[in-house]
Write a protein of this length. Structure first.
Length: 352
């Protein structure tokens, strides 16, 4: 069997290298765990919790002929798909909520080799029902963003006799008087694909809290990047080791807490106008940097992770380094930002 085991008192964490599995969605170990806790002689009253980071049926659809992935017309994100009660797949943009029909043919090459990719909660639930003949309860994080909703959701879980819960996120606090027998991360590389300096910390914290806060003794962690340090330190429950390596990286590249970060965002419906505005501010900032001799600071312009949202193009200017706040005090007195339509985050904690 393909896994590495980490044992901490009565807790066992199994890290599975998904690049070595024949089935890239569900590992042999996960299947064995599901069979044991859903069907075996000791399955009575057992509870399983699966973390799936996508809502709906699939992340999107892809053309297997030309590789095209249909995107929302107003936002630069793939259209995700969910299954309606009638069983048809409907598309929706998770940002602006615009709806789309399932494409019969590829809008780029005209072939019909279109299929869903990336498993969402509905697809995982469907697979479990088919394989194990039990109906999972799906809980999507969007519905638990206030104390009242958390309470109702807990009632829903406690009043449901399903053996298996599928979540899109972890709850920040453990559920009182509620024990899980197996917790599965379907794809533990949750945050790692986001191009931000603090993704490793977020990934580490998410896993570390799952392992330490919740009442559960068996964890299966499926990952395509088992050598990634945030993942390994989390499995070892080694907070000190993680921060030593994380802070060495941030110190070298002057990311917070060793440097300061300011993110300036500009949005416009006309792409060329956005470029013009961003470039002229960028030049002004470079001029001021030179004039006040603040070279221990890096200034660069870059598109954010989502380039277009609600029909508006977006671009960032990022200032990073030791003197960013002092520099911004100067900039405020010299340039009138608000008139120019820039949104400024002077204490930014993220660069995307
Ligand atoms: Zn195509
Ligand atoms: Zn959209």
């Amino acid at each position: 069997m393909n896994y590495e085991q980490f044992t901490h008192w009565d807790k066992r964490i199994f890290l599975v290298d998904m690049t070595k599995e024949l089935d890239h969605n569900f590992s042999e170990l996960m299947k064995r765990g599901l069979a044991k806790y859903l069907q075996g002689p000791s399955s009575k009253g057992k509870k399983i919790w699966i973390i799936v980071n996508k809502k709906g049926f699939s992340n999107g659809v892809i053309c297997y002929d030309c590789g095209h992935i249909p995107q929302c017309k107003r936002c630069s994100v793939p259209i995700s798909f969910h299954k309606t009660p009638a069983g048809t797949l409907m598309g929706m943009c998770h940002i602006c909520k615009m709806q789309y029909l399932y494409p019969e043919i590829c809008e780029e090459c005209g072939t019909s080799k279109i299929a869903p990719y990336g498993m969402g909660t509905q697809q995982v639930a469907e697979w479990i029902e088919q394989e194990y003949h039990v109906k999972p309860l799906i809980i999507e994080s969007e519905t638990v963003n206030s104390p009242g909703k958390v309470k109702r959701m807990l009632e829903q879980i406690q009043g449901n006799d399903s053996h298996i819960l599928i979540w899109t996120a972890l709850l920040a606090q453990p559920i009182r008087d509620y024990t899980f027998d197996l917790l599965i991360f379907l794809n533990a590389d949750l945050w790692l694909n986001i191009p931000d300096y603090n993704v490793n910390e977020r990934n580490f914290q998410l896993l570390y809290e799952a392992f330490t806060k919740h009442s559960c003794n068996n964890f299966v962690v499926q990952s395509m990047k088992v050598d990634q340090f945030s993942l390994r330190f989390a499995c070892k429950l080694d907070k000190e080791g993680f921060y030593e390596q994380e802070y060495a990286f941030r110190k070298q590249f002057l990311y917070p807490p060793f440097g300061e970060l300011c993110v300036i965002l500009y949005k416009d419906e006309i792409e060329s106008k956005m470029f013009k505005k961003v470039d002229s501010l960028y030049q002004e900032l470079l001029y001021l940097q030179q004039k006040y001799d603040m070279q221990e600071m890096e200034i660069y312009a870059t598109p954010p992770m989502i380039y277009k949202m609600f029909g508006k193009y977006r671009y960032n200017i990022i200032l990073k380094g030791k003197e960013v706040r002092n520099f911004m005090d100067i900039v405020y007195t010299k340039l009138n930002f608000y008139k120019k339509g820039f949104k400024i985050d002077r204490m930014a904690e993220s660069i995307v």
